[in-house]
Design a protein around this ligand. Structure first.
Ligand code: SAM
Length: 211
């Protein structure tokens, strides 16, 4: 695990979660649910797990989960929710700045949902490490923003990668992976005043051959 968690990512996300204890929806990300529901539970790693909605949902299905985030506050909150859901034994919560350290081992599923940060983070490198942590026969699921939400003006200075760019940046070795899904999805959500809104996302699911 990371020794020095005094960096900018840790500071930003600690403040974020301390100020928003009620950010918790209690629900897994719908696009992750779409991609994982047909998989047989095994071991999973959830990168940038936040308050643990996805990890707890995976554990409730029988996955043995290692969930990582840079925020100790988010991880403590998530562990409490896991206890309330009766899945404490099925989840290891690990604090990592993923730019500096990474959960050890390989997993049948590695997922990263909305692993974005206003603090500089080498997302492409982190996602390449994520692919490297997929066991033969396992899957990598990456869900991310593909644009601004409908209530906000577009920000031309922010580049949201396309699904193809996310895939290309993984630099997967030829012949060792199968692309199961690489496309855009429109997510329904609520705007700042509770109004119905949408946000474009991208979804990538690749399977590592073998196993
Ligand atoms: C937009 S939130 C998404 C949280 C969760 N996956 C979800 O979908 O609700 C991004 C998450 O990534 C985490 N994160 C950002 N930078 C990180 C880093 N360098 N190392 C580890 N986690 C990081 C944040 O703490 C935060 O929980």
């Amino acid at each position: 695990m990371t020794d020095d968690l005094s960096g900018a990512s840790a500071r930003f996300w600690e403040d974020f979660y301390r100020e928003r204890p009620a950010a918790w929806s209690g629900k897994p990300n719908s696009l992750l649910v779409e991609e994982v529901s047909d998989l047989t539970p095994g071991t999973a790693s959830d990168l940038g797990c936040g308050q643990g909605g996805d990890a707890i949902w995976l554990a409730s299905l029988g996955w043995q989960v290692t969930a990582a985030d840079v925020s100790a506050t988010a991880l403590a909150f998530a562990a409490d929710r896991a206890a309330a859901a009766g899945v404490t034994e099925a989840i290891e919560w690990e604090r990592h700045d993923l730019a500096l350290s990474f959960p050890s081992g390989t997993f049948d599923l590695v997922c990263a949902c909305y692993l974005h940060s206003p603090v500089r983070m080498p997302r492409e490198r982190v996602l390449r490490s994520a692919a490297g942590a997929v066991a033969p026969g396992g899957a990598l699921v990456v869900v991310g923003h593909a644009g601004s939400p409908s209530w906000s003006e577009p920000h031309p200075e922010i580049h949201f990668p396309t699904p193809q760019e996310v895939l290309d940046d993984l630099a997967l070795p030829a012949g060792q992976w199968e692309v199961k899904r690489s496309d855009f999805a429109t997510r329904q959500l609520r705007g700042p005043d509770g109004e119905p809104a949408t946000r474009p996302d991208n979804v990538l699911r690749v399977g590592r051959l073998g196993g």
